[in-house]
Design a protein around this ligand. Structure first.
Ligand SMILES: Nc1nc2c(ncn2[C@@H]2O[C@H](COP(=O)(O)OP(=O)(O)OP(=O)(O)O)[C@@H](O)[C@H]2O)c(=O)[nH]1
Length: 445
């Protein structure tokens, strides 16, 4: 059960897509708070979000027992970060309460909000994040990721960077959550519920899954448990754990450590792990990849992709792939490490930084000296340039997908030829921070 330190007020960061049931949950928490006094902080995105009003309108108790503070004019994660910090510090000073629930707008990434309460900030001195809770609309989730071939819902929500497909948000909120309230269970069959839970478990191993209808959860079970760990939060997503475990396996076996995972070094510099079940060493994090037909595998190679071929493949993945993500090395982009991400019908590639091996020698040396434990093997010829992707899906044809990916690698002939064309005819970003959409869901009529 929960670890309680004495003078820091526990904080629950609540996320969830529009209409998932966050307000319903807040009201349930306020009504059933028992002896606990709960303060609620919501941000108002103008027409999108009127939570403070709803909370106080719908629940008499929220005014008496809870404190509802409202922020306006933007999104908590960006412009309002400072305001949020000021607000929570002021709340702590002016009001007496046992628990703070922060609800950033339905479209925001909970990660920066959680970070606000960690580190050396004034907010961190008064609060500790207890849990990051994602409220998931089980019906919407099933329709988006698990529709058995029927067209998926592709509603787009306005995000801080414009319009982002809902599938991205659903997945990222789950991947960062310590507890997932699987709401609207009255709108799914038992089988659908189990399937959605299976996907959630694979996206975020170790998160508590709390099925609910009208967000009627056990308040003590949701608010009374310390789940958030700032050390491991950034690494908690299933895809990240699987990739880390695979790379750790390489370095361990390179060092001759016992129990290290032996990567198969295929011909042509290929490495393939087959099913990498990534048993990490973090306590309590299991990897039930095969649960409810959800499966996953890692794909790692130290040979670049052909830009045109890989772009074509990744923009038209089989529907069985629910989530795929990782780093890519693409010919013609020898300086830029590319991060690829796909959730349901949306896929993108982003320039995420420079390959260390493309930096001037002295910088490379400094980088490698400072990080003696790079977490992966340095290749004599290519340095850190490599591809490491994780595929999570249901009944994926792994063999076929791996073969299709391999067909996108440069052939021996292409490896020896001039790579000049790859630079000019290349759909991928060549600067860190740039983003290219590979496939976008079409908004529903
Ligand atoms: N059938 C069903 N409806 C639900 C359930 N939970 C909430 N709702 C309804 O879904 C709608 C949206 O719920 P809210 O709690 O307002 O959702 P929200 O996440 O706060 O929505 P936004 O603030 O607009 O993002 C409301 O009409 C709720 O009554 C549930 O478990 N089952």
């Amino acid at each position: 059960m929960g670890l309680r330190s004495t003078d820091e007020t526990p904080v629950t960061v609540l996320s969830g897509s529009l209409g998932a049931g966050k307000t319903t949950l807040l009201n349930h928490l306020l009504r059933n708070a028992g002896d606990r006094s709960i303060a609620v902080l919501v941000n108002d995105m103008g027409e999108l979000n009127v939570d403070a009003e709803l909370v106080s309108e719908r629940s008499e108790l929220s005014v008496a027992d809870g404190t509802v503070a409202e922020l306006s004019n933007g999104c908590i994660c960006c412009e309002l970060r400072d305001d949020l910090e000021t607000a929570v510090v002021r709340l702590a000073r002016e009001r007496d309460f046992d628990h703070l629930v922060v609800e950033p707008s339905g479209i925001s990434d909970p990660a920066p909000v959680a970070r606000l309460f960690t580190g050396g900030s004034p907010a961190a001195a008064r609060y500790r994040v207890e849990s990051v809770v994602a409220v998931v609309d089980a019906r919407l989730f099933a329709d988006t990721f698990d529709s058995d071939g029927t067209p998926s819902k592709t509603v787009a929500e306005g995000g801080e960077e414009g319009t982002r497909p809902i599938s991205d948000l659903l997945v990222e909120q789950v991947e960062f959550a310590d507890a997932v309230v699987l709401n609207k269970c009255d709108l799914v069959t038992e089988e659908e519920r189990e399937r959605v839970a299976g996907v959630v478990r694979t996206l975020r191993p170790g998160a508590d899954i709390i099925p609910a209808t009208y967000a009627e959860v056990d308040v003590e079970g949701l608010l009374g448990v310390q789940r958030f760990d700032p050390q491991s939060a950034a690494e908690a997503a299933g895809w990240r754990q699987m990739l880390n475990a695979a790379e750790r396996g390489d370095t361990e076996s390179a060092e001759g450590a016992e129990g290290g995972h032996e990567a198969e070094h295929g011909h042509d510099g290929h490495e393939h792990d087959g099913h990498e079940h990534g048993h990490g060493d973090r306590a309590g994090h299991s990897h039930p990849q095969a649960a409810y037909g959800v499966d996953s595998f890692t794909y790692r190679r130290r040979r670049p992709f052909h830009p045109g071929r890989i772009a074509a493949l990744l923009s038209d993945l089989p529907e069985s792939v629910i989530r795929s993500k990782g780093a890519m090395w693409v010919a013609g982009r020898e300086e830029t490490q590319l991060t690829y991400g796909q959730a349901g019908p949306s896929a993108y590639v982003e320039g995420s930084g420079r390959w260390i091996a493309s930096l001037p020698d002295f910088e490379q040396d400094a980088y490698r000296r400072n990080r003696s434990d790079l977490g992966f093997e340095w290749d004599d010829e290519w340095g850190d340039r490599r591809t490491g992707l994780v595929f999570i899906g249901r009944e994926m044809d792994e063999e076929e997908l791996v073969a299709a990916l391999d067909d996108c690698l440069l052939t021996d002939g292409e490896m020896d030829a001039d790579w000049g064309d790859f630079e000019s005819e290349n759909p991928f970003p060549d600067e860190p921070g740039e983003r290219t959409a590979l496939s976008e869901p079409t908004p529903e009529e």
